[in-house]
Design a protein around this ligand. Sequence first.
Ligand code: GRF
Length: 203
Amino acid sequence: MNLAVFVSGRGSNLKAILDYPGLDKLVSVVAVISDKFDCAAFSIAKEKNIATFTTGKAEGKLSEVELLNLLTDLKVDLIVLAGYLKLIPAILLEQYAQKIINIHPALLPSFGGKGMYGMNVHKAVFDSSAQVSGATVHFVDNTYDTGKIIAQKSVDISDVVAPEEIAERVLTVEHKILPEVIKAFAEGRIQIELSRVYIKKKS
Ligand code: GRF
C-alpha cells in the first residue's frame, strides 16, 4: 500500500509511522506533502529519501489538480494527515473517498474544529478541567475534525498541572494509534458498516 503523508510542522507522527516495527513491510511512504516550503517533517522525509512536495496557490507550489495528478502517478492508496493544518480540496476528497485519515490530539467530537490545533487543543482541554484526554484517528471530510472516528485512545490527565503535560501524554498515544490504524488499512481490516467504523481483528 502506498502512503502520502501530509504535514505542516515537526513531523513526529511521520517519524512514528516510518519507525513502527514491521510497517515498512506493508506500506511505503512515497511522498511527504506540506503547505510549507520547508518544515522539520521534510528533514525526516529527506533522511529516508522520501520525495517532498509543497501545495498551495503561490508560485512554485502544486495546484489542486497537480496534487491530484501527483498522487495518481505515485499510485497513492491512502493519504495520512499528520499535523497538516489546511483543509483538503474537494477534488481530492472525491477521488480519495474514505481513503484520507487524520490524527487529532484530543477525544473528538470534543475539542475539535477550526483553530483547534497544537497547543490550542491542550489548553482548551486543560481549562475545561477534563480528567481524560487522548488521540483520535478519523476519516477526513470537508470540515475540520468532523469525519467518522476510526480509533481513539484515552489518557488519564487528572493529575496534570500544565497543558504541556497533556500534550506530552497525548503525543505518546498518537504515535501508537496512527501507525496501528495504517497497519489495519494495509491489512484490509477497516470496515464501515452502516454508520460505524470497525477495525476487525486479525483472523
Ligand atoms: C499532532 O499533535 C497531531 O495530532 C496534530 O498536530 C500535531 C502534529 O505533530 N494534528 P507532529 O508534526 O506529528 O509532531
